[in-house]
Design a protein. Structure first.
Length: 106
């Protein structure tokens, strides 16, 4: 069964007053989910134990272990599908494209 990302992270930067950057931590049960194209770049960092992770985006499917500290990037505008075989503790870093463009083009 495909799920969506929970609407409420266990921790987040919502109240920090940051502009263009969002940080959220989630604890997820073994499952799979599909993410619609996002308007921002998304970095996903594994904070927990090693797990088997299937990632599908931009026409590529990749299945491999995701160890603590592993990082995945989903560019803005790209839909993705994820599946994992055990409880996952992840940190999502979302960077708005305007935030990135200001730093890269400055």
């Amino acid at each position: 069964m495909l799920i969506s990302l929970p609407t409420t992270p266990i921790l987040g930067s919502e109240d920090m007053g940051w502009s263009g950057i969002h940080v959220e931590e989630y604890l997820l049960a073994p499952n799979e989910m599909a993410l619609a194209p996002r308007p921002e770049h998304v970095f996903c960092l594994n904070l927990g134990q090693s797990l088997q992770l299937l990632r599908e985006y931009d026409g590529c499917v990749h299945s491999a272990p995701s160890n603590r500290g592993s990082l995945s990037l989903i560019p803005a505008g790209v839909p993705s599908r994820w599946a994992w075989n055990q409880r996952a503790n992840i940190l999502l870093l979302r960077l708005e494209t305007t935030f990135v463009n200001k730093r890269v083009l400055a």
